[in-house]
Design a protein around this ligand. Structure first.
Ligand SMILES: Nc1ncnc2c1ncn2[C@@H]1O[C@H](COP(=O)(O)OP(=O)(O)OP(=O)(O)O)[C@@H](O)[C@H]1O
Ligand SMILES: [Mg+2]
Length: 631
């Protein structure tokens, strides 16, 4: 907690001085009050002097007003410090989360990161506000009251010496048992948050699978567990008030009894006894408040360690020291002297500390303007393979190169600008179509946006929206169909003219005709880029559909994280039984288009492609296959 306070207190230190200073002045007036009341009783009430009562009454009123003024200033300081520091902490946390590579995001998990940025920082803000307002008040009030009482009479102080430690002991015993419960309560609250989020974000699926009762039961169970802990804490702490007030009232009785004797013998005045009673009440109540502060700080310190855990976690993927990469010229590409646009060199990858590789020894290369098709069963590693290209993950061994340069040597911004990715799960943010399309290029003109929408086969439906490019997009793109969302994410990746476009199963929600039209448009775009003297677009199409990849210059067949076959459609039909199997599961044998039966020995998996280098070669999908696939 201290570490967080030190780190984020710059610019707020004055609030930590002014706030408590005002609180101290307020405490000063609080401490004076019993003395003034004592005078009022002795000189006014005792001597039946109405003027003295009025005079002291006015003095008390003035002291209350001034005290309130200091309180207001202190409240403001507390609000400025807690809100300001909380906002800075949130921003720092958000910034750090955005720097995280997928490895760190996988490690923490999204729900936990959301809880840390909301609930945990709220706890810290509460502790900061209470710290400014109360941390100095109660200890000072307790000590000040004790000193003031002892100054009135030392003998009565014995009662203090007995009652104060007694209350302190009771609190210590109760709190020591409560603190572990507080930590548990935080964890249970996390779980309620997680279930609520899951239930609400997946409400449609829950309803579709008639899982409402199950979800309600899950929520009820989580809420019950949380309430059980809260009740246990409540039961424990419920003994605090009766015990505190019992000790306090017994102390008051003892003071009145012993004080009465001293008043009789003339050692003390009635007012002084009343002041003593007030001081003792203030001291004991202060201890109660200090104990409450301990609870708040305990919770905040647990939250602070969760926030620190994120802040201290260094992103595993950084581009420190990497200088801008010089791209090859269009002439180099045309002459065939440019490095391959994309190259995997014995790339191995595993998630986290897993022993077994999710990707094993992948070797392939694609030249600029060519299309790489990636096909394979679910879980075979297709998405993992393409996630290495924009460096969402780093290889465990081997290398991935873009334009001949290892992705680890690219500045991340430049790499991710050059590589346009359409993730498997289409995700849009709340805003407008325009705000979603301009992620890669915030200065893209309307013409560029419409060209991207045309390419993604999304222009027709966007044109029909009343507000066109400014049509609203709800969180997650919920107001669009799955296919529309996919097309918008494709358009988003095309804006800003990437040199490598990765379509990760991005046409799964599109009908075959639209899928084919999309591929044609992407190739047309690549040709246009070349014709205009730019670098042609290299495309990586990940798909489960043979029709989507069969016209690719190179097809990579993935199986259990390894390359099971590499080549063109015709080559693979001869060399890769798995590819033939996939084709036959979707097409009739006469639709395969291969020329020879499968030979006895399959080609080595990591063989370099035997595809001729034909940059920007027209590559129009064979539409004869549309609708001819077995579904
Ligand atoms: N974040 C992750 N953490 C741990 N394991 C993962 C993670 N993402 C994927 N995997 C595992 O890696 C393997 C490959 O997953 P991947 O998503 O690359 O498959 P895929 O071929 O794209 O499948 P699909 O066709 O269903 O999209 C799977 O066994 C999967 O369980
Ligand atoms: Mg996938």
């Amino acid at each position: 907690m201290l570490e967080l306070l030190t780190r984020f207190s710059a610019g707020f230190r004055r609030y930590f001085v002014i706030g408590p200073a005002c609180k101290l002045l307020e405490v000063f007036f609080d401490l004076l009050t019993p003395l003034v009341i004592a005078r009022m009783i002795d000189e006014g009430v005792g001597a039946r002097d109405a003027d003295a009562v009025l005079r002291y009454g006015l003095l008390l009123f003035a002291m209350a007003v001034i005290g309130m003024g200091f309180t207001l200033v202190c409240q403001k300081m507390a609000a400025l410090a807690s809100q300001g520091m909380g906002t800075n902490m949130r921003s720092a946390l958000y910034r750090r989360i955005n720097e995280f590579a997928n490895v760190e995001l996988d490690r923490f998990g999204t729900p936990s990161l959301i809880t840390r940025i909301t609930n945990d920082i709220n706890q810290i803000q509460l502790a900061i506000a209470l710290g400014v307002r109360q941390l100095i008040r109660w200890p000072f009030l307790a000590v000040g009251s004790m000193v003031a009482a002892l100054l009135i009479d030392l003998k009565l102080g014995v009662i203090f010496l007995i009652s104060t430690p007694l209350i302190g002991l009771v609190f210590w015993l109760v709190m020591a048992r409560c603190v572990p419960y507080f930590k548990q309560m935080q964890a249970k609250l996390d779980r309620i948050g997680l279930i609520t989020r899951e239930g609400l974000s997946g409400a449609r699926v829950v309803r579709a699978f008639v899982r409402e009762d199950h979800e309600r039961e899950r929520f009820r169970q989580a809420a019950y567990e949380q309430s059980a802990v809260a009740i246990a804490v409540g039961k424990l702490s419920s003994i605090l008030n009766p015990v505190t007030f019992l000790v306090m009232n017994l102390g008051v009785c003892a003071i009145l009894w012993m004080g009465g004797i001293q008043v009789n013998v003339g050692d003390l005045t009635q007012g002084e006894v009343m002041a003593f009673v007030n001081y003792m009440t203030q001291t004991l109540l202060s201890i109660v408040y200090v104990a409450n502060l301990v609870v708040v700080f305990t919770k905040a310190s647990a939250s602070a360690s969760r926030v620190n855990e994120v802040l201290h976690c260094e992103p595993s993927i950084t581009d420190e020291g990497n200088t801008a990469v010089e791209l090859p010229s269009a002439q180099q590409v045309t002459a065939g002297t440019a490095a391959p646009a994309l190259r995997f060199d014995a790339a191995c990858f595993a998630f986290g500390d897993a022993q077994a590789n999710t990707l094993d020894n992948v070797t392939l290369q694609v030249n600029a303007g060519q299309t790489l098709g990636v096909i394979g069963g679910t879980g075979s590693g297709k998405s993992t393979l393409v996630s290495l290209i924009p460096r969402l993950y780093d290889v465990r061994s081997g290398a991935v190169e873009v334009m001949g340069i290892d992705v680890r040597r690219w500045p991340l911004d430049q790499l991710r600008h050059v590589v346009g990715t359409v993730p498997q799960r289409a995700s849009l943010l709340s805003g407008t179509i325009r705000s979603n399309l301009t992620w890669r290029d915030s200065h893209a003109t309307d013409d560029e946006l419409w060209a991207a929408l045309e390419c993604a086969q999304a222009a027709d439906f966007v044109r029909k929206l009343p507000k066109g490019l400014d049509a609203p997009v709800e969180a997650g793109g919920k107001n669009f169909s799955g296919g529309q969302r996919q097309r918008l994410t494709i358009a988003r990746a095309v804006v800003g003219s990437p040199l490598i476009l990765i379509l990760d199963d991005s046409a799964s929600a599109l009908d075959f005709k639209t899928d084919a039209a999309l591929r044609r448009a992407v190739h047309a775009r690549s040709r246009q880029e070349s014709a205009a003297g730019g670098l042609p677009l290299t495309t990586v199409i990940v798909s489960q559909r043979v029709s989507s990849v069969r016209d690719a210059d190179l097809i990579c067949v993935m199986s259990h994280g390894s390359v099971a076959g590499l080549g063109t459609h015709d080559e693979l039909l001869k060399t890769c039984p798995l590819y033939e199997e996939i084709c036959l599961s979707q097409l009739k044998r006469e639709e395969l288009g291969g020329t020879a039966p499968v030979p006895a020995a399959p080609a080595p998996a990591q063989a370099a492609p035997s595809v001729p280098v034909q940059p920007a070669a027209p590559n129009i999908p064979n539409l004869a296959f549309e609708g001819g696939e077995a579904r």
